[in-house]
Every structure is written in structure tokens, then in C-alpha cells.
Ligand binder design. Structure first.
Ligand code: NDP
Ligand code: 2IT
Length: 444
């Protein structure tokens, strides 16, 4: 058995029940076969792959808090510190009832390669809890965040591990988490990113993941003699990534006709009116179906099915495995020619293979959504400098980073004889920097 296949078998055996983690590891290892096979002896001796797939550390803890009825609630809290070869652990915190250790390991593993692709000095990590912020009062969210940070604060720091937002964690949660960290440690430092602009946050961080997604999409299209202007786009989700992907796509002349949440999706043939979506989602914390009550041209459909809408470009921006093989076939049948992943691993492996086999342009999440964490790293730089850059400065840096990520994925794919396969390209390019740093730092 090849070294790569051996390691994958071990991962499945030693991490039972963690399907998403197995899926993420398999995709990366399959891409790396070409690179590993050429250096098999050296890497085997150094147990390079064994170290790459094993988190440096996983912290898991109890999170007790009191709800508005005076009832004590208990959630599970985690931080997966996956790999610090190229910088302090960096990655978001997810608050969603589906969170478990396996999901955070998949996200932490992806983050290692994503962060490497940004070219910035950040290692990979991820954390979160099975706490569900939906329907909770601000006081309940604060109580949870304070309890979560009371434990997490022992393991993080501006030069050690710097969490940020992800599903269910936005400006409100980062504020509560930051306040508690400062109170416990007495340190006013860049220990979290996505902070408010008045206490160390960076301009563009809120928009960064969605904007970055559209910047790299635009670059991929241009490099394949296509253009974004005038195209019809379907975006799934209606959270942070979906909203700002829609905003940038519209700015660049595309027409976004659909958005969704976990209950259903809206279709607006006239093009999504984003100010109404922002009011529903960012201000009222409501459901996407409320859009159809406010906009007469819109239709709301309960349940899944957003990928059956006819479009040129699909941007999955909700969650893992939200787009399966049938969805991929429906997209192709309707003329869709490009897919870029705003979410982490939103396409199943079968869907990804279908895109690649059918000559669709496909940019995987670890390249396509890296703009968020890249701008987080820019926030860290500004915190260290004790300076704030202007919107245009940060936006220009973000754009440069995304164009560069495209170039790296494109170049690696060409070097290994799989031109146009940006999955292989992104995985290989991300891996090259991490492996180089790991080999240089010895057996740690
Ligand atoms: P938000 O919490 O702001 O929004 C998440 C959106 O996805 C909501 O519309 C939500 O619907 C929907 N969603 C979440 N879980 C599910 C589910 N199980 N089934 C169906 N729909 C679901 O999160 P973000 O926009 O920040 O994150 C979206 C994706 O982007 C995630 O995969 C995240 O890991 C990834 N990402 C985020 C980055 C960031 O900077 N925020 C950076 C890089 C990647 P509902 O409200 O009904 O739950
Ligand atoms: O998946 C991701 O890259 C994020 N949720 C953003 C992480 C960060 O540290 O900004």
C-alpha cells in the first residue's frame, strides 16, 4: 500500500465516527499523492503525514451558563490547535448545535492549508461549541461567551492562538468574548480578530470572506477567458459570507437571484435587494422567508432545492456537504459553468469529482474563502503595529492576496500535470509551505 493510502486507512481507524474529518483528509491526501510519491522514503522516515493529520493539541471543556429562567445549561466547548508550523494557531469559533470534535478537526485541518495559501504567518486551528445562539437573548449569549472564554483564555494569546468568527459567531459574540478575555488576563491584545472597529478591529474584516470569494472567482474567470459581469449567480446561505459575496458580485455587475438559510430559499428574478436581506439578517436576526413578504418579485420555497435554480455561477456559502452529486448534476444541466466555495467543504466529494470531470471551473473552499482569515491576519498586523489602515488599503491587500492564491493554485496544478484542477493545485501549494516549515523544525 502507498504511504498516502496507509495514512488514510489509519486516520479512519484511529478517528472513528468522524466522517467529515475523514472526508477532508482524503481529499487532501489524494491531491498530495503526486508530491508524496516522489519523496516517499524521506517523508515516511520523518512520519510527516502521521504528524500532519494529528492535531498538535485538542482542548475540550465544560461550558456552564445560566439561562433567562434561572436554569443552568451545560454545553461542550473545544479548541483544536492543529498545526503551528508557520505561525500561531488561527481559525474561527463555530457555535452551532451540530458542532462536535470531528467537525472541528475537519475545519482545523482545512485551515492549516488555507492559512498557508494566504502567504501570511498563521498556523491552523478551529474551535467552538454545540451551543445554539438561535432564539437566545443577548444576555444568554453573553453568559455563554463569558463562560466559554473563562476556560479558553488559558490556551490562547496574540502570539499563541487567535480565534475569530465562523457560523454563529459575529461581531456581538466576538465583543463578549473579547471583554471577558481582557477582564481575566488584563491584556489589551490582538487575541481575537473580527473585533469592533472601536476596539482593535480592522476595516474590511466583516466583508472579507465574501469579497475575497468574488475576487478569486473573478480571477479564475478571467484566466479562463470568461467574465463575471452580466452573469446570473446563486448564493446559498444568508449569513456573513453569503451577504458580502452577494454585495461584491453585484458591484462587479453580476445578478444574484437566490439566497437561503437552513429552512428554505428565496428566488428573486429581479436580483436580490441586499439592503432588505441585511435588515432581516443583520439587524432583526430573522429568517430568509421574510424577504418574500417584503419583496413582491420574490418567491420563498421551504426546504432544500436552491441548486435547481438556473444560473451561470454557484457560490455555496452555508455549510459543509450542502451540495451533493444530484445538486452538481442539476447545476450542470442548467448551464452552470463555475462554482466557488464560500463555505468550508460545502460540496461532497462526489460533487467535486463531478465538477472536475465535467470541465466546470471549480475553486475549493480552502482557496476561495481564504480572504476572511487573510484579513484576520491583517488585523493582527495592525494590532501589533498599534495602527489602523484605511478601507481601501486593506481591500487592496485582500485583493492582492486572492489574486496570488489563484496564481499559486494554478501554478501548482500546472507543475504537477493537472492544469485547471484547482483542488489539487490548492492542496499542493498549501502543503508545500507547511511541509517545508515542519521539516526545518525537526521532530516536534
Ligand atoms: P453565519 O452564521 O453568518 O451564516 C451561516 C449561514 O449558513 C446561515 O444562513 C445559516 O442558516 C446557514 N447554515 C448554517 N448551518 C446550516 C446547516 N446545517 N444547514 C443549512 N444552512 C445552514 O456563518 P458564516 O457566513 O460566517 O459561515 C458560512 C460558511 O462559511 C461556513 O462554512 C464557514 O465555516 C465558512 N467561512 C466563514 C468565514 C468567516 O469569515 N465568517 C471564513 C471562511 C469560511 P441558519 O441561519 O438557518 O442557520
Ligand atoms: O473558516 C475560516 O477561515 C474562518 N472562519 C475565519 C477564520 C479567521 O481566523 O478569521
Amino acid at each position: 500500500m502507498s504511504y498516502v493510502d496507509e495514512i488514510y486507512a489509519k486516520v479512519v481507524e484511529q478517528n472513528p465516527g468522524e466522517a467529515e474529518f475523514h472526508q477532508a483528509v482524503k481529499e487532501v491526501l489524494d491531491s498530495l499523492k503526486l508530491v508524496i510519491d516522489a519523496n516517499e522514503e524521506k517523508y515516511r522516515k520523518m512520519a510527516l503525514l502521521e504528524r500532519l493529520v494529528e492535531p498538535e493539541r485538542i482542548i475540550s471543556f465544560r461550558v456552564p451558563w445560566v439561562d433567562d429562567n434561572g436554569q443552568v445549561q451545560v454545553n461542550k466547548g473545544y479548541r483544536v490547535q492543529f498545526n503551528s508550523a508557520i505561525g500561531p494557531y488561527k481559525g474561527g469559533l463555530r457555535l452551532h448545535p451540530s458542532v462536535n470534535q470531528g467537525i472541528l478537526k475537519f475545519l482545523g485541518f482545512e485551515q492549516v492549508f488555507k492559512n498557508s495559501l494566504t502567504g501570511l504567518p498563521i498556523g491552523g486551528g478551529k474551535g467552538g461549541s454545540n451551543f445554539d445562539p438561535k432564539g437566545k437573548s443577548d444576555r444568554e449569549v453573553m453568559a455563554f461567551c463569558q463562560s466559554f472564554m473563562t476556560e479558553l483564555s488559558k490556551y490562547i494569546g496574540a502570539d499563541q492562538d487567535v480565534p475569530a468568527g465562523d457560523i454563529g459567531v459575529g461581531a456581538r459574540e466576538i465583543g463578549f468574548l473579547y471583554g471577558q478575555y481582557k477582564r481575566l488576563t488584563g491584556l489589551y491584545e490582538g487575541v481575537l480578530t473580527g473585533k469592533g472597529l472601536n476596539y482593535g478591529g480592522s476595516l474590511v474584516r466583516t466583508q472579507a470572506t465574501g469579497y475575497g470569494l468574488v475576487y478569486i472567482l473573478d480571477e479564475m474567470l478571467k484566466n479562463n477567458n470568461k467574465e463575471l459581469a452580466g452573469k446570473t449567480v446563486v448564493v446559498s446561505g444568508s449569513g456573513n459570507v453569503a451577504i458580502y459575496a452577494t454585495e461584491k458580485a453585484q458591484q462587479l455587475g453580476a445578478k444574484v437571484v437566490a439566497l437561503s438559510d437552513s429552512n428554505g430559499y428565496i428566488y428573486d428574478a429581479d436580483g436580490i435587494k441586499l439592503d432588505i436581506v441585511k435588515e432581516i439578517k443583520e439587524v432583526r436576526r430573522g429568517r430568509i422567508k421574510e424577504y418574500a413578504s417584503a419583496v413582491p418579485t420574490a418567491v420563498y420555497t421551504e426546504g432544500k432545492g436552491i441548486w435547481t435554480i438556473k444560473c451561470d455561477i454557484a457560490l455555496p456559502c452555508a455549510t459543509q456537504n450542502e451540495l451533493n452529486l444530484d445538486d452538481a448534476k442539476a447545476l450542470k444541466a442548467n448551464g452552470c459553468f463555475a462554482v466557488a466555495e464560500g463555505a468550508n467543504m460545502p460540496s461532497t466529494r462526489e460533487a467535486t469529482d463531478f465538477f472536475l470531470a465535467n470541465d466546470m471551473l471549480f475553486m475549493p473552499g480552502k482557496a476561495a474563502n481564504a480572504g476572511g482569515v487573510a484579513t484576520s491576519a491583517l488585523e493582527m498586523s495592525q494590532n501589533s503595529q498599534r495602527l489602523s489602515w484605511t478601507f481601501d488599503e486593506v481591500d487592496a491587500k485582500l485583493k492582492g492576496i486572492m489574486v496570488n492564491i489563484f496564481a499559486k493554485a494554478d501554478d501548482a496544478a500546472k507543475r504537477y500535470g493537472v492544469a485547471g484542477n484547482y483542488v489539487a493545485g490548492a492542496n499542493i501549494a498549501g502543503f508545500e509551505k507547511v511541509v517545508d516549515a515542519m521539516m526545518a523544525q525537526g521532530i516536534v
